[in-house]
Design a protein around this ligand. Sequence first.
Ligand SMILES: Cc1cc2nc3c(=O)[nH]c(=O)nc-3n(C[C@H](O)[C@H](O)[C@H](O)COP(=O)(O)OP(=O)(O)OC[C@H]3O[C@@H](n4cnc5c(N)ncnc54)[C@H](O)[C@@H]3O)c2cc1C
Length: 587
Amino acid sequence: MTVATSARKGASWLLEESDQASIFTPEKLSEEHRLMAQTVEEFVENEVMPNLDQLETKDWKLARTLVQRAGELGLLGISVPEQYGGLDLDKASALVVSERMARSASMGATYGAQANLTIIPLVLFGTDAQKAKYLPGLVSGEMVGAYCLSESGSGSDALAARTRATKQADGSWILNGEKMWITNGGFADVFIVFAQVDGDQFTAFIVERAFGVKSGNEEHKMGLHGSSTTPILLQEVKVPADNVLGDIGKGHKVALNTLNFGRFKLGAMCSGGCRDVIGEATKYAKQRKQFGHPISDFGAIKYKLGEMTARTYALESLMYRTAGLIDETVAAAGSHGGAAIAAALEEFAVEASIAKVMGSEVLDYVLDENVQIHGGNGFVKDYPAERYYRDARVNRIFEGTNEINRMLIPGMLIRRALKGEIGLIPAAKKLQDELLSPSGASLSTDEGLDADLKTVAAMKKVALMVLGTAMQTYGLKLTDEQEILCAAADILIDIYAAESAVLRAREAAARPDAALHEAAARTFVNDATQRVQAAAANALAAMAEGDTLRTLLAALRRVLKATPINTVALRRTLAEATVARDRYIVN
Ligand SMILES: Cc1cc2nc3c(=O)[nH]c(=O)nc-3n(C[C@H](O)[C@H](O)[C@H](O)COP(=O)(O)OP(=O)(O)OC[C@H]3O[C@@H](n4cnc5c(N)ncnc54)[C@H](O)[C@@H]3O)c2cc1C
């Protein structure tokens, strides 16, 4: 991959300027990445999509066959060392595969539970013997995996699980408990199960169905009808001593690192889903005539296609940037071992949560507008728009709800700041001094993407203002102020997405489609600026009053001068290019 080799710190984009040449973008994909993308596209188009209705009858024999086909094509072993049957490719490859798997959300969920939630914890935390025993079967798809963290009483509060593991005289373990909502639960052979040892030592185990695991009934879900979701019943299940995954009492490390990767890949799947759906919405809008015109001629529909495109562009930009950062960090560690990958994933946990929240919300926006563009046909089952809409809703719920992830984004940043790992506190203090001294700040004469880069820099100052004020106002009690944390998360998400989009568009300046990159990035930055301004003003108004608030709001206005640009024209440009190409504008 052609990105800078020196490793950067997670969230350092908030405090530093980033160099456009150093970020990874979809335009920098190698021929190998593109071939991998094509393999997945062909698999989904030729083998999954024609079988989707059958899969939705809960034909798990078919699901197994498809998992096995994915294994034969190498898709289950992207992040697995070669000695265990994998391809050991970079995270950009993992991203590309997840993106392309998105067309069938049900197969995507089955795939994700296997490739991300079962294989990854084994790669990151398994002993050599555990890897040798389980990975080859999981990578080939002969064995199906599932990840059993949630219980009826503990979803978000996953570490409060009640499943118990009791040590036996011979060193083995007896597991008792019930897991809920387990993807692949109806037909998996091997389970990563989290249980409490001695009441409170949260620990991960590798449990085979043959040890005595039972599946409950299939859940009747809103969507993902072609993916199995069941309770998993563990009654006196005997697990050998060798099947503890990671250390006793360190199950949270297994769970959190797996989720870091899972969140990143969920973001990728959502980004891929957006691209596909923009193509479908466009084709429909071109052929559907009302008032004597294709509906794609109407400004209101152009607005939708333009906005769907701009948000997808920003999401895609941050996804590729994050993949590049993780790969760079793994490369700088000089090792592809589980510990190096786990450390890199932990370093970019903030970015993974951003990917998950923004991915799932942009996808839901795009799918909702797709239903709207389809009109009545969007509400009936004859068209896929209805299925896509239902299937996607769960993305905001699993892999940590979006509320939990929103809390994590500023929460992790502040924790790292307090430990001195990132210079957020000195930067916030410096900004405070800067804002208190009257400056003769002149109006910027920059235009286009140069101006946008300045706007992003101003948004970063706003984030520091909000985080600094919050830390000063609440101290350690800030964790109780969820509305403020959520506002800060929204600001941080917009900053990372906006900067990623602008840097990518600048990097694409010499390409024939540079104007489209620019239109997408500029539209996103324009709207993100307005959102950041509103979120910051509301958060500050909740934390201060009187003269202090007036001073803060005046500083906010001075820092972030949001002059709207003509996004009507930019969205029309994006929509018309989409209509001309019958697909998402770039790549
Ligand atoms: C289709 C499907 C597949 C799934 N697959 C798996 C799987 O394979 N393995 C697995 O282990 N689990 C799986 N899950 C479970 C999923 O991870 C949980 O549903 C999810 O973590 C949320 O937990 P919960 O449902 O208990 O909701 P709750 O935790 O009860 O949350 C309910 C609401 O309260 C909010 N909330 C909770 N706590 C807080 C807080 N501290 N502050 C603010 N708001 C809060 C939440 O954000 C949410 O809006 C799956 C779920 C579904 C629906």
